[in-house]
Design a protein around this ligand. Structure first.
Ligand SMILES: NC(=O)c1ccc[n+]([C@@H]2O[C@H](COP(=O)([O-])OP(=O)(O)OC[C@H]3O[C@@H](n4cnc5c(N)ncnc54)[C@H](OP(=O)(O)O)[C@@H]3O)[C@@H](O)[C@H]2O)c1
Length: 240
């Protein structure tokens, strides 16, 4: 992949996805960004238009739960803009910080829907636009909590389990999709200062800003497939 790659970002209205989108736009890549919050997506589009006037980004409001359930198909939307996807960043995530004893079954379902099932569904839907002569790179946004043997924290059992599932899905898909020239990796992130972190851990100060983390993510999305396939890569100086 070189400058001018076609990149799809799922979960880009705020936090790491939003910062990553801005960096990739500044670098001249073509973006299609999805999230639920339409007005934040429109603001992102306007900001990116200012950063790089000749490089308009496409945005579309979707709930990945509807992709997971099969009522929304991203393929026709993305196909209108891209003949080929060079990279797909699955960044949407749901974190509910509650001790396991009080965890409602509906929350367990929601977390797995957004963090795992929708990731698989999005990848399945967009497969026809990936791979071929040049490789495509799928990057799933995992968490240090989902890495076997990492420090664990009360309140994050379901979230961490979902991220472990996403990591294993990434390893398996790397093997199963390699004949299509599709590479799949999972970034197991440590903490970065975002709305999600602030909501889950009020008052906690992460060692990295969202922009710092997004700089790493954006570089990895474009270049990581040259060095890695089927890897779960810890990206952390600490975990909360
Ligand atoms: N920040 C950290 O310290 C940290 C650490 C480890 C891993 N991570 C992971 O990194 C990713 C980004 O985290 P963040 O801190 O930037 O979180 P965030 O601020 O909550 O942003 C999450 C993004 O996902 C989108 N999203 C959530 N549910 C969605 C749904 N049902 N359908 C479509 N989009 C949805 C949100 O947009 P809408 O609300 O507009 O839909 C938002 O753009 C997540 O996967 C998270 O688990 C973050």
């Amino acid at each position: 992949m070189i400058n001018g790659s076609n990149i799809v970002i799922i979960g880009s209205s705020r936090g790491l996805g939003r910062e990553t989108a801005k960096i990739l736009c500044r670098q001249g890549h073509s973006l299609f960004c999805f999230s639920r919050d339409e007005s934040s997506l429109e603001t992102l589009k306007t900001e990116c238009g200012r950063i790089f006037p000749g490089n308009p980004i496409s945005v579309h409001a979707i709930d990945v739960m509807e992709v997971a359930g099969g009522s929304v198909n991203l393929l026709p939307l993305v196909q209108e803009r891209f003949q080929k996807i060079d990279a797909l960043l699955y960044n949407a995530g749901l974190l509910i910080n509650k001790e396991f004893t009080g965890f409602k079954p509906a929350w367990i379902n929601d977390i797995f829907q957004v963090n795992v099932i929708a990731a698989a569904a999005v990848i399945q839907q967009l497969l026809p636009l990936m791979g071929g002569k040049s490789p495509s790179h799928i990057v799933n946004t995992g968490s240090m909590g989902g890495v076997q043997g990492s420090v664990k924290f009360p309140g994050l059992s379901i979230y961490s389990a979902s991220k472990a599932a996403l990591a294993t899905l990434s390893e398996c898909l790397a093997m199963e999709l390699s004949h299509l020239n599709i590479r799949v990796n999972c970034l197991a992130l440590g903490s970065a200062q975002t709305e999600m972190l602030e909501e889950a851990f009020p008052g906690y100060q992460a060692p990295l800003s969202a922009t710092d983390m997004a700089e790493y993510i954006s570089h990895f999305v474009v270049h990581g497939h040259k060095h890695f396939n089927g890897k779960i890569l810890p990206v952390a100086v600490s975990t909360p």
